[in-house]
Design a protein around this ligand. Structure first.
Ligand code: ADP
Ligand code: ASP
Ligand code: MG
Length: 418
């Protein structure tokens, strides 16, 4: 069971969570619970780091931001104990949740948890702080924003759980963010592939890596709400959204449990920033000179546009990076201005990426043109486009995000009936 930040925000809500956990335990289940920090807490801690040092050391950042989950895991254990349940917390380094790669965006490598498994077998509920792990050299790491979902899937795989129930503040995965589109529809199931793509383009209900890991390890995920009344059906009746394999989805469609749609969902992402380098020499190696230093600094580049050089053997190169990495990316490129040979660097964080996702696109034409037409009908200008087999994304002005999502939701026939 995993509980997100809104579910853990304050002792009152933690008591509700403890009651949900207690009910599952009373049903005879052995349970590991993964918890997030209280809503807003991680943002608060990140801001402290920025105030302390704008170009902060990611290793020390991890020490600071991992603390939010330590607090909630202890509090949930205490609350469960107050309800008469046996429970104890297991911090990332105690389990241990071993991670590799960069601080602030570490990946889980292995979880070998013999002590935690023994404790669970003896009837103790294990409470695990999400988001945190430990590097090979013994330092605290964190798994990137939203990383508690990945912690939950990793723990589920390690304890060979029957299911990983991700409790959040909405009752499942919707055709788009239900906070933006009131007519969004809850999906009974989504395939791993589509969920992976939706998450990677901004549907923050699950962290992208958690879906990738679940797909690889065959972990069954259900997304459901922790804010339901006392008369709510049990999680075992699968009231939320299941993340399923293609085969399971085919079966559900055959049995009339799901309808096949051309577009499964629409997502938006306001966390990217646009970088334009003007008058880059149009010659082999120029693009490599731009992107190699960014890759070496673990900065993920997403959309890339390079125009055909018109004259003078020069071209503009436009791309996007996470907003959080913009300052570092800009500094790296300014340092290399002479080497790369560009004229100006222009940045803009007031952009958004809107994406439509669906496996139906593999075999149907016209998904992209519907998108472009629907946006142009509302006067929304497209600044860049990128596609994959099951996705089309466009970059637009950030102010038009909500309008664009609503317009596209209607254009693809996804609106719930009145
Ligand atoms: P938690 O704190 O539980 O991890 P998050 O805030 O990370 O919760 O994720 C849940 C939020 O994801 C919802 O409140 C909703 O606004 C947002 N969201 C975005 N896209 C979707 C979607 N397609 N379906 C459901 N929720 C979505
Ligand atoms: N608390 C972390 C965050 O806000 C991890 C999580 O909640 O998933 O990003
Ligand atoms: Mg989350």
């Amino acid at each position: 069971m995993k509980f997100g930040g809104t579910s853990m925000a304050g002792t009152e809500r933690i008591r509700r969570v403890a009651n949900i956990v207690r009910t599952q335990a009373a049903g005879g289940n052995e349970i590991a619970v993964v918890v997030s920090a209280m809503a807003g807490e991680t943002d608060r801690l990140v801001n402290f780091c920025r105030e302390a040092n704008a170009l902060y050391d990611p290793a020390e950042y991890d020490v600071v931001v991992a603390s939010g989950e330590q607090v909630t895991s202890g509090l949930l254990a205490l609350t469960l104990q107050s309800l008469g349940c046996k429970a104890r917390s297991w911090l990332g380094w105690q389990i241990p949740v071993k991670t590799i790669e960069a601080h602030a965006k570490a990946r889980v490598s292995t979880i070998d948890a013999p002590d935690m498994l023994a404790s669970m077998a003896s009837g103790e509920i294990a409470i695990v702080p999400g988001f945190q792990g430990v590097s090979d050299d013994g330092r605290i790491t964190t798994l990137g924003r939203g990383g508690s979902d990945t912690s939950a899937v990793a723990v589920a795989a390690a304890v060979k759980a029957d299911r990983c129930d991700i409790y959040t503040d909405v009752d499942g995965v919707y055709t788009t963010d239900p906070r933006i589109v009131a007519k969004a529809r809850k999906l009974k199931a989504v395939t791993y592939e589509e969920m992976l793509e939706l998450a990677s383009v901004g549907a923050k209900v699950l962290q992208t890596r958690s879906v990738g890991l679940a797909m690889k390890q065959g972990v069954r995920i259900q997304v459901l709400s922790s804010f339901t009344g006392d008369d709510a059906v049990s999680a075992d009746d699968l009231p939320g959204t299941l993340i399923v394999s293609d085969e399971e989805m085919d079966e559900m469609v055959e049995n009339g449990l799901m309808e096949r749609q051309l577009v499964t969902g629409i997502a938006h992402d306001k966390n990217e920033a646009k970088v334009i380098l003007t008058r880059v020499p149009d010659k082999p190696g120029a693009v490599a000179d731009i992107f190699t230093p960014l890759a070496e600094a673990s900065i993920n580049v997403d959309m890339i546009i390079q125009n055909v050089g018109r004259d003078k053997g020069e071209t503009d190169v436009t791309f996007t990076v996470p907003q959080a990495d913009l300052a570092r990316a800009q500094a790296l490129l300014e340092d290399r201005r002479a080497g790369i040979g560009y004229n100006r660097i222009i940045t803009d964080s007031r952009i958004a990426k809107i994406s439509v996702v669906g496996v139906g696109m593999k075999s149907h034409a016209g998904v992209a043109s519907t998108m472009f037409r629907a946006l142009s009908d509302r006067g929304i200008n497209i600044q860049a486009i990128s596609t994959s087999e099951i996705k089309v994304s466009v970059m637009i002005d950030e102010d038009e995000t909500e309008l664009a999502v609503r317009v596209l939701h209607t254009a693809y026939g996804l609106d719930a009936p009145d």
